[in-house]
Write a protein that binds this ligand. Structure first.
Ligand SMILES: NC(=O)c1ccc[n+]([C@@H]2O[C@H](COP(=O)([O-])OP(=O)(O)OC[C@H]3O[C@@H](n4cnc5c(N)ncnc54)[C@H](OP(=O)(O)O)[C@@H]3O)[C@@H](O)[C@H]2O)c1
Length: 282
């Protein structure tokens, strides 16, 4: 079986490619990227794959059986068309199966919901494509909170509008493991899986970070309005809306998701105790 992974220059694409390499060998894994030079460390065949160019993907998918489509990073209305470029190219190139990284999230009216809806539209496009498919809905990555520790330490706190909402987090490596299984095992076909670990509150997250890094951070609740204004000031209008919308969805319980990780991956998701213990030891 020969497989292709899009956006292989990014962190999730690269992690999925590494899982696939360990299972079926470098010679059977092709990566596409807008910036192929960023993925040379993988040692696989790399081909141009800009989400705005359908023809890039028609060329790249020649002789490919299964394609892993990573959701794009553009504004939601552009993403749907970009994903269609890849779906239509897969069909034209006689690909057998598509696997797609969607996002978890119950319906709401936050400033993040347009992103969720664009992912749902792509899910529909894939289900209607006539190709075999398997879809994962990613929980929120926990890594950005770890990467943000220096800022949290400087502030002495984690402040957002999530309140005591539960959030189903995951990690890129856990997602990569599950996606490799979904690509290689056809008994996962025609199914949509929520790929998340245990749901935790911001207070629990603060506790894990304190015990891992020896800090004394506190959690501070902000109102959704204040947090949106703060985020837009710091990160600009578009990104500010996305980040504030995510925490509003957590507050509203819309990211407290029943996980299907085991059904997709064939094993349980890493526990947060184990994840943070590993960080402590590294
Ligand atoms: N669940 C979550 O918490 C969460 C958080 C953030 C993002 N996401 C989603 O998960 C996806 C992967 O995340 P990640 O951690 O791998 O992000 P990342 O490390 O920032 O990588 C983003 C990737 O998107 C590629 N890209 C952007 N525009 C492109 C275009 N027009 N054509 C082709 N490639 C393009 C980038 O290519 P270049 O190397 O050329 O820039 C890069 O490879 C993201 O695309 C986003 O949709 C999920």
């Amino acid at each position: 079986m020969k497989v292709a992974v899009t956006s292989v220059s990014g962190q999730l694409g690269s992690a999925i490619a590494q899982q696939l390499i360990s299972k079926i060998g470098k010679e059977n894994v092709v990566g596409t990227a807008r910036t192929t030079s960023k993925a040379e460390h993988l040692g696989i065949t790399l081909l141009p794959g800009d989400y705005n160019s359908k023809s890039d993907f028609v060329t790249a998918f020649n002789w490919i059986d299964v394609v892993m489509i990573l959701s794009g990073m553009d504004a939601p209305e552009r993403r749907v068309e970009q994903h269609r470029n890849i779906i239509h190219a897969a069909r034209d190139a006689d690909v057998r199966k598509i696997v797609y990284t969607s996002i978890v999230g119950d319906d709401g009216n936050s400033t993040f919901d347009a992103i969720v809806q664009s992912n749902r539209q792509t899910e529909q496009d894939i289900r209607k494509s006539g190709l075999e498919w398997s879809i994962g809905r990613n929980g929120l990555y926990i890594e950005p909170d770890v990467e943000y520790m220096e800022t949290y330490k400087k502030d002495g706190k984690i402040a957002n509008c999530a309140s005591d909402g539960l959030c189903s987090y995951t990690t890129r490596n856990e997602l990569a493991y599950a996606y490799a299984q979904m690509m290689l095992n056809d008994d996962r076909n025609s199914q949509t899986f929520n790929l998340t670990g245990e749901a935790i509150t911001q207070l629990q997250l603060t506790g894990y970070l304190n015990s891992t890094f020896g800090t004394d951070l506190v959690y501070e609740e902000m109102t959704p309005e204040t947090y949106l204004a703060f985020q837009q000031k710091v990160n600009g209008e578009f990104l500010g809306k996305i980040i504030a919308g995510i925490y509003t969805k957590i507050r509203n319980g819309e990211f407290n998701i029943q996980s299907d990780f085991k059904a997709a991956a064939g094993r349980n998701h890493l526990t947060w105790e184990d994840y943070f213990n590993t960080l402590k030891q590294s």
